[in-house]
Design a protein around this ligand. Structure first.
Ligand SMILES: Cc1cc2nc3c(=O)[nH]c(=O)nc-3n(C[C@H](O)[C@H](O)[C@H](O)COP(=O)(O)O)c2cc1C
Length: 262
């Protein structure tokens, strides 16, 4: 009994705690490093799933997301300022992290998406149909909602005016309110809407109280979530305008041949 008591010294306890901390830290580090490739693979799979959804191929893909993506989708890196296609690792590009040191500030009067800065580059996705013809161009979008930035994609038909889809992939809006942007019923309001008016200005809009029948630019606002709805409109105006994909859209027919697969 007295022997055991002697061993329980303050120094001994400290060493024991230190060793436990060291072991735990090592375990956490090893699992963080070990799981990183899995996390990256899951992130890529999630992105590919959203891109297939934005191009209407998700149902067809079933569980074969990677195979369907590989068969139909071609990712291209573009210079947002010139609209030209440039070289770059499209899989590894992440506008949230990799592009931080090559961003430009956006003048407050042009920053309707509320993002302050944007990268000079972006990755766009050209999605072909079974016949190998270009069917949808999927463009990543980022913009402020009520609570935080919302990340998603807008899918356009090859005329780069007709909307195929608006698909959000990451947002912190309130479930039942702003997060209703994920509701299939609301997403179903987008296909066929026109981005630009006859003057070439971005005219797509969210209409509080509901868009009139036959309004080719208007989509119903989410009820009880006007702020998120406005965020979606402002995000689309930014990204489809001159500060976003405008130069790419203006250059597009000259730059892409053979369904973008070359
Ligand atoms: C807890 C809480 C969460 C809310 N979440 C959202 C939201 O995610 N998106 C949004 O636009 N409005 C949200 N609102 C409501 C806004 O504050 C605001 O009232 C609403 O956008 C106005 O929309 P309405 O004019 O359609 O009623 C939330 C309000 C509360 C109290």
């Amino acid at each position: 009994m007295s022997d055991t008591k002697k061993k329980e010294t303050f120094g001994g306890t400290l060493i024991f705690v230190f060793i436990i901390c060291l072991v735990c830290a090592a375990l956490v580090s090893i699992s963080a490093v070990g799981l990183k490739p899995l996390q990256q693979a899951n992130k890529l799979l999630d992105k590919q799933t959203k891109i297939l959804e934005a191009s209407g191929l998700l149902e067809k893909a079933g569980s074969d997301i990677v195979g369907t993506y590989g068969k139909f989708v071609v990712a291209k890196m573009i210079d947002l300022n010139t609209g030209n296609i440039i070289d770059g690792d499209t899989d590894m590009f992440d506008e949230r992290t990799d592009a931080r040191d090559e961003t430009i500030s956006i003048k407050p009067e042009n920053d309707m998406a509320g993002i302050n800065r944007r990268a000079n580059r972006a990755v766009v996705y050209l999605v072909n149909n079974e016949q190998g013809q270009l069917d949808t161009i999927v463009l990543p979008i980022i913009g402020s909602g009520l609570w935080d930035l919302m990340y998603g994609f807008v899918g356009l038909a090859p005329d780069l005016n007709t909307v195929r889809s608006v698909v959000y992939s990451d947002l912190k809006e309130t479930p039942g309110l702003g997060a209703e942007v994920l509701n299939p019923k609301w997403k179903a309001l987008w296909p066929g809407k026109k981005v630009y008016n006859d003057q070439g200005d971005v005219a797509i809009k969210i209409v509080k109280g509901g868009a009139k029948q036959g309004d080719v630019h208007g989509v119903d606002a989410l009820s009880g979530a006007t702020l998120t709805s406005d965020g979606v409109e402002h995000t689309l105006h930014f990204w489809l305008g001159d500060e976003g994909y405008g130069p790419f859209i203006a250059n597009f027919p000259n730059k892409i041949t053979n369904g973008g697969l070359n």
